[in-house]
Structure formats: C-alpha cells, structure tokens
Design a protein around this ligand. Sequence first.
Ligand code: CS2
Length: 486
Amino acid sequence: MSQGRLSEATLTTLPSAIARPAFDRAATRIGIVHLGAGAFHRAHQAVYFDDALALDPDWAVCAVSLRSPDVRDALRPQDGLYTLAILGQTPQLRVIGALREVLCARDEAAAVLARLADPAVRLVTLTVTEKGYCLAGDGLDLSHPDIVHDLATPDAPVSAIGHVVAGLARRRAAGLAPYTVLSCDNLADNGVRLRRAVLAFAERIDPALAAWIDAEVAFPRSMVDSITPATDDALRTRVADALGLDDAWPVQREPYTQWVVEDCFCNGRPPLDQVGVILSDDIAGFDRAKLRLLNGPHSALAYLGLLRGIETVADAMRHPGLAAFVARLMREDIAPTLSVPAALDLDAYIDAILARFRNPAIAHRLAQVAWDGSQKLPVRLLGTLRDAQAAGRSIDRLCLPIAAWMHFVRRQAQAGVALVDPMADTLAKIGQEATGDAQGDVARFLALREVFADVAEAPTIVDAIERGYAALYQRAETAIESEAAR
Ligand code: CS2
C-alpha cells in the first residue's frame, strides 16, 4: 500500500463517484455512544446515523469496542472515516462520517465512562452479539466471569451491561437525565431482555439506582437486518483502487437494509423516521419473523452446507438439494409458527430472503454464519421447533440443521480446528468424545442445558434429531435431498 490514507484531509480528493458525508462533520456533536464497533454497526446503524446527521447535527457517534483495539487503531488515523461497499447489481461505495470518535474501553476506560456521562449523549446503542448480553435463559447470568468482575468493581466494568449501568450511575449522581439504551442485536425482545439484565445488575450494586433506571430509562426493542460479510482482502483492494486511497477497514453489505425500532425513547432521538427507519409501537412480530425466517435458515445453510464442503451462502443456494430444503423449511415448517403484523406479507418476505441468499455479488462465508452456534440455535431454531412440536406438526426438517450443527462441532473437534463459540472448550470435548453412535452423541449434546433447555425432555424431538444425525453421518447428500423431497 503506497498511496495516501482516507482521512478528513484527503476526503476532498475522492473521485466524484464515491459518495461522502452530506454534512459538515466539524459542526456535529456526539449524541450517541455505540458499544460494539464491529462491521455490522458500521454497515447498518452508522449509515442511518450518517443520513440523520444531514438533518440534525446532534447525533454523531462515539463507537466503542469493549476489548479489541483493532477498530480504534484502524479508524483513528482516518478521523473515524471508513468506506461502505454496497454490493448488488450495481456496486456502490460511500464514505461514512458518522463516527466522530472511536475508543477501546479496555485501554481508554476513563474516556468511555466520561462519554457515557456527557449530557450531550442521549442514546446508547449496542451490537455486542448474542453472547455479549451474558444471559442465562431469560435473565442475567450472575456466574458469568465478566458479570462477577463487574459486580465486584462496578466503576471499572468490562461487560456491556456493566458499562450501561456505570454510565447511568454517573448520570444519576450528577443529576443528569438518563440515555435511552437501544439493543441492535439478533435476539427476540432484545430491549426487554437488556432491560431485565441491566435491572438485575443494578439491583445488586445499588437498589436505589435500579429503581431510578426502572422508572426513567427506555429500552426500545429493535429488529435489525442487512447481510454483512466480514471484511476481506478483496474488499480492501477494491476500495483502495476505487478511492485512490487506502482504507484500513472498509465494510461491505448487501443493498437490502431494514431497521424497525419501538418508538419509546427517554431523552430525544435522531430523526430516524426521516431516514428510512420504521418506528413502530409493536415490533414483536417483526423481530420473530426475521430471526426465524432469515437467521434460522441462514444457520441451517451454514451447518448443512459446510458438511457438504460448500463455502458461501450463494454457493449453498446453487446446490439444488439445499436450496429446495431451505425453501421448504421456511414455507412449511417455520412460517406456520409465526403470527405476523398485518403489514408483513409472509410469502413476499420469504421470496425476498431467498433472493438475498442467492445474491452473487457477495461472498458470505458459511463459516462466519456458523460462529457462536451455541448462542444462535436457541434464538433461531429451537423456539420454532418447540412451537411446531406443540402444534403437532412434523419436526423432521427442523431437526436436520440441529443434527448438522452437532456434526459440524464433531468434525471441527476431531480435526483439531478451534471453534468460534463462547462454549468452545465444552463443545470441543463433546465433539472429541463423539463416536458416530447417534443416540450417545446426540444425548451428550442435548445435555447442554444452556443451549437446549428442556428439548432433551421431548422424546419425539430427541428421536428426530437422532434420525437426522444418523442420516447425515451416513451420507449428508442423501439426507438433505430426502428431507427436501418429503
Ligand atoms: C447471520 C446474520 O452471521 C449470521 O449468523 O445469520 O449476521 C445475518 O446475516 C444478519 O442477521 C442479517 O440481518
């Protein structure tokens, strides 16, 4: 890389085809702290905030990584600027200017806490992934090491929950209004769960603070959607060529993007309704439909596709057996479990998701979707499975991706490949001990109550997973195709 670097100073040299911030960055104020400065935030919420800043300068973003300094180190020399590649039929590049500050909490703790206590900050948003909420079942996992740490030293938090509470405690002590806390992660009822976790934490360090949070702080629910493959060298090169400048960490996503937010904020909000966000009083139907119909099938494609040696979502959709399987899974097994808002046309929604999965312009790695299976399966597939079983419908197709996850874990463990999963050590042990005997192997996985809860107590489900596991063990191809054709 020998050319110049993207920054405020080089912004004016960009070719005219590259869109750039439509507002005066210097005139903006930081009004949002975002926890979890990963690619999804930068390709999704930050883009809506970038649009909103053209209408109201009060909502620039301070993006915080809780642990890794990588985003801070990449973006600070670029004054927070980075490129978004929107990859559809006609690719588009756009430089995003919404991030005015990028911090790493691990080594800039005081700056993060000061920002959370800044009266100009009125909104805290989060993308910390499922595991970042430190939940066990429906509530806060009080035995989680990060929570144990933060309860012992609430002024020096490491977890997202600890940060949210530490900031609120400072504001209350200073007589300031609180901020709204907005979860943007793929969890059903994300705001409700976050609120419960925050209150449980606050209750243990200061019941009066908990009562204040309970009365004053809003935790809207939200549904976020845009397929965002991890940044790779191909993207870095494409961006550098088009900009004539290096960008240490561009991000990419598909053209489709959706954000539905419950309209309850306790301290003002950006003009989200004017930049394409759907504000609604009842978003429960939207988030369930998205989790079950997009994320569930995504995970199914990941585990079944990886067993077949396929690398990307689009390639999995080119495999006739897998494509047919996933379409039937969506239409016949998942859709009937949903009660959706009148505004949502389920057939059209399913067609659109299948078309998005087929998008040949993005290389979305199945291995990326496969991360954190222990956290994703419960919210994406197990609820559907329980509902289908309770309604007396067939559950065989729904059990096949679950069996495929077990095989995926077994294969990685036996090949000595580390899993990306907060339960990696436990899973590796189960995977190594697996012998191929369906009953024994499946029983060891189902004993993970944190993942499967009461599923192991439903004999028909156990039986269907065992049959799926045995069929996949013998021949993945035949198992997928016969389920697709049933
Ligand atoms: C994917 C999601 O990686 C995954 O697990 O299922 O990140 C998915 O691409 C997004 O939720 C789409 O909105």
